[in-house]
Ligand binder design. Sequence first.
Ligand code: FES
Ligand SMILES: [Fe+2]
Length: 367
Amino acid sequence: MNPSLSAAPALATPATDSVAGNERFVRNAWYAGLWASELPVGQLVAQTILNEPVVFYRKEDGAPAAILDRCSHRFAPLSMGKLVAGDRIQCPYHGLEFGPDGKCVNNPHPPCSIPAAAHLPGFQVVEKHSLIWIWMGNKPADPQLIPDYSCLDEGDPLHITDPGYLNIKAHYELIVNNLLDLSHVVYVHDGILGSPGIVQSDVQVETQGEVVTVSRYAKDVAQPSMFTMLAPEGYERGDSFTTISWYAPSNLFLETGTCKTGQPKASGTGYLAIHLLTPETERTTHYRFSAVRWNVMTTGDEHNEQIRRKIYELRNFAFAQQDGPVIEAQQRRMDQARKALAPVLLSIDAGPTRYKRVLDRMLEQDQ
Ligand code: FES
Ligand SMILES: [Fe+2]
């Protein structure tokens, strides 16, 4: 499929863009709540997730817990309180104590009874793949549904970038659209992650259940600086390839790399990339990211450590200074519109169109 400036026939029906002014949050799903390293023992960590205040902490056995971060008495944030014996949070204002399931377990004020309305909701949380995952809905949560990011557990730490975090001032779906549209790298990240030849490459889109995968394979193109850094000399031109999978509602996994022209992909080198989007509000998104190199060809621990840091810097720059400003400005333009917007769809929108269908279905079922 070649990108063109006219709407592709399969995508010709313009859909009203339903992002602006609409939460579109799936509650019964796993979200990256925190990197595991963001939750030290003994601390209370506050996050707003799907517009709900949440406080995370570790129990005495080290397992994570998360409850509503709003006391049932006078609504003080529990995250301003303290952890007390028995895996409890003590409210900073008048001392009510809450357990890891959100139940109020101590009222220090005589007669010390605990009204049923004092209990708070607790959230299901799991620590897996260097992350604390949270399920915001009431349906039973199955940890098997967490996407496979085991490369974060199994990879050599020398080749895994530090956990990244950005707060993007836009609805999470604008970032999903950005990530599933691989063509933007040519324009937004020219020279770093993309190069002009890539725009002419074939794009494949595949849906399997609630997973949408977009792939792009560019033959014999100039390689962007990210790839020339990862490969030994002689890789200034070659084939470059990227596959990105969206796991509903907002976790993505990307595999990218370069190889010599016409050679098998596995003979090249590249990295696996983790992109985790957790809606904070309908206009802000927690964006966590990391990358793990595959088939490392560069040698020397010191050199590889420099590359590890440089991959982080380049990706952080790309997301914070290149994608972020465009997406945030796009959100502002959409918010200015005085009527519902219908985007003109191009062939490059095949991935974003496909995921939206799946998400629309999930949103209906989530009600
Ligand atoms: S506000 Fe929490 S105990 Fe009063
Ligand atoms: Fe980007």
